[in-house]
Design a protein around this ligand. Structure first.
Ligand code: GLC
Length: 744
């Protein structure tokens, strides 16, 4: 790692891969010990990379085989160039590293656009012109565009201009800020209240390659169990065994697909985590076993606040083992949450995470399959919950956590709690893939958990916001993400619910949830017409599970987002840079949701190439803007020419039936898709028990390549449906894993 010193400011440049560079600054040449939080891979764990250093009288230049890093001798300013000599990520000023300020200012290049920044409100996709604070916050106020801090803090920005995409991750967990051209339109500035200037640059040049770099450093979502890709039904709160049984019965009776029921805080005994209410949930084991027989999984909520109750085993154990966060004066920190007086485990410590992970046994022993980690910013109320809802704050910033204080550990509180939960489940359910959901998190949280956007409202604006929010989370590394379908606070109207379910049925994480004070928002609560719409769209999701599951596999391997903004596939088409209201789901499907009341049409932009209307098969040549008709039953969907989309039978739950027959919708043009299959829930795939089938569509021919891997799908028919081809009729072939070629 070359280190350079300029006026006592030391700069270390690590070439981790030809496209992934780390830059660290230290005053007086001393680099602090890095804490292994978000970045779990040390520099030394990357395979050695070829780079050379050229020195001129003005510059030191480090060349990799993809880019060059230039350091100016007189100013110590840095810039990068690509192979075309295009400058990017250029310092606009000398980095400021004093005991008070730590900041880096980069100049904004002509045509440069900014995305990412984790979880944000606001319905724009592109994020220039604002200041973004990274400070995990229980955003109990409505998520209006002026809200800056959200539950998740991800100090990553993603830059795109024609032929050049890169991202920056600011490796600092203190409260930090990105000023994206707000103070000076020509500058993007990042700064922190503590810690050091330590950042990584991920070069593309394509957005896909940028995400690959982020994945190499910060990790990917492990492949989820297939059931977790089904629909989740939640509400604060289903209050009893009977209520949950009735809920499950309704889904099956009405044939609305659903895989997961979430148990909110009311299942606990007085909000004591890892307990069950003795009368309302008398026999959770039997309840969950019965649900399981009907194809439902149970996910239970867990909050970090442990009730300070001398007779409660979690409190007793944690106190005895010294696991709770202490104030500066050495006394255990107390704060109010649901159970009123509560204490908080210090998840930065390995032994505490192990303890917490093992406590989940009280839930998994009853048959629980996944954990929903909530309130983990952490939220601390200003008064006891039993006395009403107060304001929300957090733990004292000078409270001790490991060798540091909460000021540094705050942003990774949720991250470390999710880690404890995920790693605990992996031990408790050794050959079952764990499902965890977390409200708060930090860069890299995808290694441990899915996420959702917290307490939104049943507002059209929040349906709209969820589109760029999920796309920007995906660019920031977190693909397995969704918003509460229908809106959490307030009451959804039938029309809003129908429209939200249409788009929600295609969220990577699809869960309906509502507040205890709002109306019940299950799919059948809004009349028959809306119920049918919900059934139809959820069925569509379930039929598309082979497609979605393959996307999750790709994401687990390369960090590729499931939901992508249009520019992801058309990075040179500047018309896509601000397009916040249509998304690509994988390479082939474009969704253009309706997010306004009383609206039965909308404008859709179809970029260069040919497209098919998913519903009518009409062929449309891009680039063009069209007006899509969308009566309440229709969410406009388009398919890219050349697509091969695998789908399966109608299902009530993900593992109800094997993938038989397998249907392949093949659209005229050129393209390919790799279908991924496995048993859906164990780690067998890590031992080679998976099946990968490459589907190649070219010159009016579909080639189904020889299946790879040791997983044997059922013997089945493949139904091939041509779209836009000369041959119109459906073709049926037997699938035995051998290559097949069909001419259209
Ligand atoms: C928080 C969560 C919400 C949950 C509620 C009660 O507000 O964000 O989803 O229902 O707490 O547990």
């Amino acid at each position: 790692m070359p280190t350079f010193t300029f006026d006592r400011l030391a700069l270390a440049v690590s070439v981790l891969t030809p496209k992934l560079i780390r830059l660290r600054y230290a005053r007086n040449g001393k680099f602090a010990k890095r804490r292994a939080w978000a970045v779990t891979k040390d520099d030394s764990e990357f395979a050695p990379t070829q780079s050379d250093v050229n020195e001129t009288s003005q510059e030191i230049i480090i060349n990799t085989n993809a880019i060059s890093i230039h350091i100016q001798r007189d100013t110590s300013k840095i810039h990068f160039t690509d192979s075309q000599n295009k400058i990017f990520c250029a310092d606009d000023a000398r980095p400021s590293v004093t005991s008070v300020t730590k900041s880096v200012a980069k100049s904004v290049a002509t045509g440069e656009h900014f995305y990412g920044f984790g979880e944000r409100t606001y319905s724009s996709l592109e994020r220039s012109g604002c200041i973004y604070t990274h400070w995990a916050t229980d955003t109990a106020v409505p998520h209006t565009p002026d809200v800056d801090r959200m539950y998740v803090a991800i100090p990553i920005y993603f830059s795109v201009r024609p032929n050049l995409a890169y991202a920056v991750y600011f490796n600092n967990t203190y409260r930090s800020q990105f000023d994206v051209g707000y103070t000076d339109p020509n500058q993007i500035r990042f700064s922190a209240h503590g810690g050091e200037i330590d950042y990584y640059v991920f070069y593309g040049p394509t957005p896909r390659e940028v995400n690959e770099g982020i994945a190499q450093l910060l990790g990917t979502h492990p492949l989820p169990p297939r059931w977790a890709l089904g629909y989740h039904q939640s509400r604060w709160g289903y209050k009893s065994d009977q209520e949950i049984r009735q809920l499950a019965k309704e889904f099956r009776k009405r044939e609305i697909p659903c895989d997961v029921i979430h148990f909110d805080i009311d299942y606990m005994d007085g909000y004591r985590v890892f307990t069950w209410h003795p009368t309302r949930f008398k026999n959770p084991k039997k309840l969950i076993a019965d649900l399981r027989r009907d194809g439902f999984r149970a996910v239970t909520i867990i909050d970090p606040g442990v009730k300070a109750d001398k007779k409660y085993f979690v409190y007793q154990e944690g106190l005895k083992k010294n696991y709770f966060i202490k104030k500066r004066n050495g006394k255990v920190f107390h704060g109010y949450v649901w159970p009123d007086d509560s204490v908080f485990a210090d998840f930065t410590r390995d032994e505490v995470r192990v303890w917490w992970g093992e406590l989940q046994k009280h839930l998994t022993d009853k048959g629980v399959s996944g954990i929903w980690n909530d309130m983990n910013e952490p939220a601390v109320f200003s008064k006891p919950f039993s006395a009403g809802v107060g304001n929300t704050g957090t733990i004292d910033l000078d409270a001790k956590q490991s060798e540091t204080t909460h000021a540094e550990a705050h942003n990774v509180f949720g991250y470390n709690m999710a880690r404890a939960s995920y790693e605990g489940l992996r031990k408790l359910l050794p050959d079952e893939r764990a499902f965890t959901l977390t409200r708060s998190g930090f860069a890299g949280m995808q290694k441990f958990s899915a996420g959702w956007s917290g307490d939104n409202h049943a507002w059209w604006e929040h349906l709209e916001t969820s589109l760029p929010q999920a796309c920007n989370m995906g660019l920031s590394g977190v693909s397995f993400f969704g918003a509460d379908i229908g809106g959490f606070n307030e009451d959804a109207s039938p029309e809003l619910f129908a429209r939200w379910m249409q788009v929600g049925s295609l969220y990577p994480f699809a869960r309906g949830h509502s507040h205890t004070d709002s109306i019940y928002q299950e799919p059948w609560r809004f009349g028959e017409r809306v119920e049918k719409i919900c059934r139809d769209y959820l069925r569509l999701r379930y039929r598309l599970l082979p497609y979605l599951y393959s996307l999750f596999y790709e994401s687990s391997q390369h960090g590729t987002p499931i939901w992508r903004p249009m520019f992801y596939h058309y990075p040179n088409d500047e018309r896509t840079y601000h397009l916040h209201d249509q998304v690509m789901i994988g390479d082939s499907i474009l969704a253009a949701p309706i997010y306004k009341a009383n609206c039965d049409r909308r404008v859709v932009y179809l970029p260069q190439g040919e497209w098919f209307d998913y519903w009518t098969d009409e062929k449309i040549a891009g680039a063009t803007h069209i007006t899509a008709r969308a009566p309440l039953e229709v969410m406009p969907l388009y398919v890219r020419a050349g697509a091969v989309i695998p789908s399966g039978p109608d299902l009530n739950y993900a593992d109800e039936k094997p993938l038989s027959p397998l249907t392949l919708d093949v659209y005229a043009g050129e393209g390919e898709f790799t279908l991924y299959e496995d048993d859906g829930h164990t780690f067998g795939y890590e031992r080679g028990e998976y099946a990968l089938t490459r589907l190649e569509n070219k010159d009016s021919r579909l080639k189904i390549h020889k299946r790879e891997g040791n997983h044997a799908p059922p013997s089945r028919k493949i139904i091939i449906r041509p779209h836009g081809m000369e041959r119109k009729e459906t073709v049926e072939v037997e699938d035995d894993g051998a290559p097949i070629e069909i001419h259209f």
